[in-house]
Design a protein around this ligand. Structure first.
Ligand code: PGA
Length: 263
């Protein structure tokens, strides 16, 4: 089985001291050696901690990601952060279209598309988040919503190499609720079939997000259609995160062999 990608979305949490302490604790929880985890474990702290954490993260073999970027290239956009700036401080990944942004910041599919373009122009890998609300699912609109998010949100610059899809049902985020494993599998297969219409995106990796934790990570990640996980709440606790990393490593040939090197 190929190696799984883990993305930790810290949202608006933590302090500088807590971030530093986090990595001491995480490493003491026996996780893969630095070179092993490259590309496989992405941490997305808040903007102010990106630069201070850059060396620590990269030294420890992790990858740095941001929680968002501006839809604009540069200029008079107070409070915005350009994709090129993220690249400048060592980011390789950026989250786009997270349901909290769609809900609280009115991030539309069209805005996501512009952000994806900016991210790709800057040489970043975009993690494009899609997912339905409870109402969408209950009213039988799952396929319609996902298909629209993909069709309207993905830019012409999007390829399987520079874009990861994160399927995150909005009703699962931060609630402790997850779809059944069969359901996750079916929805990932649906996304895969929607992506297959676009030659550039048909090989794109699809991550699952929404209440992933140490206790369910292995089952979710063992689904063949699931290429990795986007983890919010559980990633804030280094012990939980170490457990999730270990769960992923048991499924990944590459990471597992590196894991053995460290332990
Ligand atoms: P959660 O968040 O793991 O706390 O549900 C996931 C996310 O928002 O990406």
């Amino acid at each position: 089985m190929s190696s799984k990608i883990l993305v930790a979305n810290w949202k608006m949490n933590g302090s500088m001291a807590e971030c530093i302490e986090y990595f001491d604790d995480l490493l003491s929880g026996a996780i893969p050696s630095p070179s092993a985890a490259q590309e496989a474990i992405v941490f997305c702290p808040s903007f102010p901690y990106l630069l201070p954490l850059q060396h620590r993260l990269i030294e420890d073999g992790f990858t740095l990601g941001a929680q968002g970027c501006s839809e604009f290239q540069e200029g008079a956009y107070t409070g915005e952060v350009a994709a090129t700036m993220l690249k400048d401080v060592g980011c390789t990944h950026v989250l786009i279209g997270h349901s909290e942004r769609r809900q609280h910041q009115n991030e539309s599919n069209q805005i996501c598309k512009a952000k994806l373009e900016r991210a790709h122009d800057a040489g970043l890998t975009a993690i494009y988040c899609i997912g339905e609300t409870k109402e969408d699912r209950e009213s039988g609109n799952l396929e319609k919503v996902l298909s629209r998010q993909l069709l309207e949100g993905l830019s012409s610059s999007s390829t399987s190499k520079n874009t990861l899809i994160a399927y995150e049902p909005a009703w699962s985020i931060g609630t402790g609720l997850t779809p059944s494993l069969t359901n996750i599998q079916e929805t990932h297969a649906l996304i895969q079939s929607l992506l297959s219409k676009s030659p550039a995106m048909q090989e794109a990796k699809i991550l699952y997000g929404g209440s992933v934790k140490a206790t369910n990570a292995k089952n979710i990640l063992s689904l063949t259609q699931v290429s990795g996980a986007l983890i919010g709440g559980a990633s804030l606790d280094p012990k939980n995160m170490a457990e999730i990393v270990k769960a992923a490593n048991t499924l990944s040939d590459k990471a597992a062999s590196f894991f053995n090197l460290r332990s």
